[in-house]
Design a protein around this ligand. Structure first.
Ligand code: SF4
Length: 421
């Protein structure tokens, strides 16, 4: 298997989305620099001032070779034994995945975190909202570490609690705050798992719920049984794609832009709405286009195209299948030998699937190599550093959610688990 780092090193700069990808991740660890998430798909997204930033990694780790880092991680892991649990998201680089006790999507990993109450330390190789969810669902005795604090999620950062509170007030003013004759609330808030703990808590407080890309439809059915409208944040595409597949009218899904007065719409627009979508998106999945799908079909007649529902509706409609990361993995596993499958999701996962299925032709729809910027920030050097500090009895980069927020967020998460365990 060839790691994405090695592939990038061999490529011409025009074959990647950002020349910064060839630099070490710590080149972007300047806490004063607030203009980017680092190289990769979200390079042009703006980082909120409140987003945590990683300080400079000690020199020892910056200067270690790949083999030295692998050895440090393996040795620390062996010493820490069952007191340590390393979780690795599918989009992590291979050099991280090889050390993970569990590999999965954000929902699978959140559940894995609850399966090992004996593990005193959970090291989450993923992004910030995932570590928060692990902290909410784990026991108070367990610590959760994010090896690089700059590993946020630009989509999750597109909706903050103050903006959502403002939106909510304005929508209730426009739509009324009383229940309808059938008892349904005017609006039910639904947040994607890819959101801060504060937004999950907001949903817990206001009769709302959390969803993932694998249970979004069941969650929306639950929500419409209880509300006349849904406010869906932060990913407009998952909301639109799921609601459209349920037969809802796309013309009744206005997009709320938090940077415009009244979200950019009129009160009447929101009164008539079925879904109010937040103007958020994933920079990785928004790169996929219908032209890329046409190109794949021309180059590989008979190719199957599968994409993640964070892609635009046009892309989802042009594909042969759409679903969560778990769906994509399963669909590839079940495809017969000799199949050609073009995939619209993050490059680390696509390359790993291609290596695991050499009897099938599996490739990323996007010809340009452009990993998730923030997943990319978790380099083995940060993992080695955080594990070495654990060996010394120090928990670095601990992610904690305060008790009140955690309690309310848990309400929304538990509603989701009752709808779709
Ligand atoms: S792939 Fe998209 S949604 Fe996932 S962590 Fe990266 S920016 Fe966030």
């Amino acid at each position: 298997m060839t790691a994405v780092d090695e592939i990038i090193a061999r490529l011409d700069a025009r074959q990647t989305c950002d020349t910064g990808l060839t630099l070490d991740p710590w080149a972007f660890d300047n806490p004063q620099s607030r203009n980017s998430y680092g190289p990769g798909a979200s390079i042009t997204d703006s980082v909120p001032r409140s987003a945590p930033r990683q300080g400079l990694l000690p020199e020892l780790y910056r200067h270690s070779t790949d083999d030295e880092l692998r050895e440090r991680i393996s040795s620390a892991k062996a010493t820490l034994g069952s007191s340590l649990l390393i979780l690795g998201h599918y989009y992590q680089r291979d050099e991280i995945i090889e050390h993970a006790d569990f590999v999965g999507d954000s929902f699978q990993l959140a559940k894995n975190a609850t399966e090992r109450p004996d593990a005193e330390h959970i090291v989450f190789c993923g992004v910030h909202f995932m570590a928060e969810t692990a902290d909410i669902l784990s026991t108070p005795e367990q610590s959760v570490t994010l090896p690089n604090l700059s590993a946020g999620c630009s989509m999750a950062d597109m909706a903050d609690i103050n903006q959502v509170e403002d939106c909510w007030e304005q929508l209730l003013e426009a739509c009324g705050s009383g229940a309808a004759a059938d008892g349904r609330a005017p609006i039910v808030p639904v947040t994607y798992m890819n959101s801060s703990a504060a937004l999950k808590a907001f949903c817990g407080r206001h009769g709302g719920i959390v969803c993932t890309s694998s249970n979004a439809r069941a969650v929306l059915e639950w929500s419409f049984a209880r509300g006349q409208r849904v406010l869906f944040f932060p990913d407009q595409h998952l909301g639109r794609n799921t609601a459209a597949a349920m037969g809802l009218d796309v013309d009744r899904m206005p997009v709320w832009n938090p940077y415009k007065p009244m979200g950019g719409g009129s009160p009447a627009t929101y009164r008539q709405a079925q879904m109010i979508l937040w103007k958020g998106f994933c920079s990785v999945h928004q790169r996929f286009t219908v032209e890329q799908i046409e190109g794949a079909r021309a180059a590989f007649p008979g190719v199957t195209v599968i994409v993640h529902p964070e892609c635009s509706m046009e892309v989802v409609n042009a594909a042969d299948g759409t679903g969560s990361t778990a769906y994509i993995v399963k669909r590839i596993e079940q495809a017969p030998a000799g199949s050609a499958i073009a995939v619209g999701t993050e490059i680390n996962l696509v390359n790993r699937l291609a290596a695991e299925h050499p009897d099938k032709t599996i490739f990323c729809l996007d010809p340009v190599v452009c990993p998730c910027s923030t997943m990319y920030r978790i380099h083995p050097a940060y993992l080695a550093w955080s594990l070495d500090r654990l060996l010394e009895g120090e928990v670095v980069n601990r992610i904690t959610v305060d008790g009140a927020t955690a309690e309310q967020a848990k309400i929304a998460l538990e509603r989701m688990l009752r709808v779709h365990p």
